[in-house]
Design a protein around this ligand. Structure first.
Ligand SMILES: NC(=O)c1ccc[n+]([C@@H]2O[C@H](COP(=O)([O-])OP(=O)(O)OC[C@H]3O[C@@H](n4cnc5c(N)ncnc54)[C@H](O)[C@@H]3O)[C@@H](O)[C@H]2O)c1
Ligand SMILES: O=C(O)C[C@H](O)C(=O)O
Length: 325
């Protein structure tokens, strides 16, 4: 059956890297036809039309149609998968907190539109920053949609961590299992290697503590800023790639012998306050994410998780004060 995929911010740089991959079957597999429903602000519609022309010119066999909207209610009508990318990207020197107010106003109405007309099986991934709190805002505006259908993207952080650890240990990313990103998609996030294995050996035995603390954690956590500094624009193709990974795993399931990271609604696991959208070690089965349970968290990790979760609590309080939730 054809799957309706709504993408917001379709004319942006992530949109440009994402849409062709969705249309070629990399999101939902080679047997699933897709219909794209693109949402842009009025000023972005012409550029989205240009991208749609290029999508036509690819003659993707799985692409059944493209519709472009500047109205959220129309764009989310019938959506099975909703990728909320459209937001204002962080520019040099700006922290995510600065973006709360600017972007908060976008995600309430989009949550309402999802509530009003998305398909019963809708799965939402928020990419636009500050992603966790934007996802929380959207979720709170969609009371009829199960809360666990709202997620935010920390898969890019997860992939960054895999890559850094593989480089350090001289291995391939495919030999690494059970890495976790905890908390917020921000500089406070905690990339945790203490349950990870590299080619079957505990990762923590293969790297020095000083490397973990002084290089690995800050490199992963501040990678977004480093990309902005180097490229003069925020990450785009790698962000699109991570969005594909997140939704593909959500729909198709993850391998039983490892896990990945996603920001999902907390059920209180690992002391993360219920209802916050925070990153956890997760597996997907039967089309739903589940938090990997029973991991031992040492004092070092506890402090790092708590620091990032505190930031999420502060963001939640800030949007509450602004009347956004
Ligand atoms: N979670 C992550 O790992 C991650 C990684 C990279 C980027 N991001 C974030 O993704 C977002 C998009 O990044 P980008 O580089 O594509 O930005 P961009 O500026 O190139 O594109 C954003 C697009 O969104 C559109 N837009 C703005 N408001 C909209 C609205 N209300 N409805 C629909 N469209 C709207 C704009 O017109 C623009 O075309 C940013 O918030 C960025 O910080 C997140
Ligand atoms: O860091 C940013 O602002 C961009 C994005 O979230 C990223 O992680 O690359």
């Amino acid at each position: 059956m054809t799957v309706n995929v709504t993408v917001t911010g379709a004319a942006g740089q992530i949109g440009y890297a994402l849409l062709f991959r969705i249309a070629s079957g990399q999101l939902l597999g080679p047997d699933t036809p897709v219909r794209l429903r693109l949402l842009e602000i009025p000023q972005g519609v012409k550029a989205a039309e240009g991208t749609a022309m290029e999508l036509d010119d690819c003659a993707f066999p799985l692409l059944e149609g493209i519709d472009i909207f500047d109205d959220a209610t129309q764009a989310f009508a019938g959506a099975n998968v909703a990728l909320l990318v459209g937001a204002r990207p962080r520019s040099k020197g700006m922290e995510r907190g600065d973006l709360l107010e600017a972007n908060g106003g976008i995600f309430g109405p989009q949550g309402e539109a999802i509530n009003a007309g998305a398909a019963d099986d809708v799965r939402v991934l928020v990419v636009g920053n500050p992603a966790n709190t934007n996802a929380l805002i959207a979720q709170r505006h969609a009371p009829d949609v199960p809360a666990d259908r709202f997620t935010a993207m920390t898969r890019l952080d997860h992939n960054r961590a895999l890559s850094q650890l593989a480089k350090k240990t001289g291995t391939s990313v495919s030999e690494i299992t059970n890495l976790t990103i905890w908390g917020n998609h921000s500089a406070t996030q905690y990339p945790d290697v203490f349950h990870a294995t590299v080619a079957g050996k505990p990762a923590a035995d293969l790297v020095e503590t000083s490397w973990l603390e002084d290089e690995f954690i800050p490199t992963v956590a501040k990678r977004g800023a480093a990309i902005i500094e180097a490229r003069g624009a925020s990450s785009a193709a790698s962000a699109a790639n991570a969005a594909i990974d997140h939704v593909r795993d959500w729909v198709a399931g993850t391998a039983a012998d490892s896990w990945t990271s996603a920001a999902i609604v907390s059920d209180g696991s690992y002391g993360v306050p219920e209802g916050l959208i925070s990153s956890f070690p997760v597996r997907s089965a039967g089309g739903a994410w589940e938090i990997v349970q029973g991991l031992e968290i040492d004092e070092f990790s506890r402090g790092k998780i708590d620091a990032s979760v505190s930031e999420l609590v502060e963001e939640r309080e800030a949007v509450q004060k602004l009347g956004l939730i």
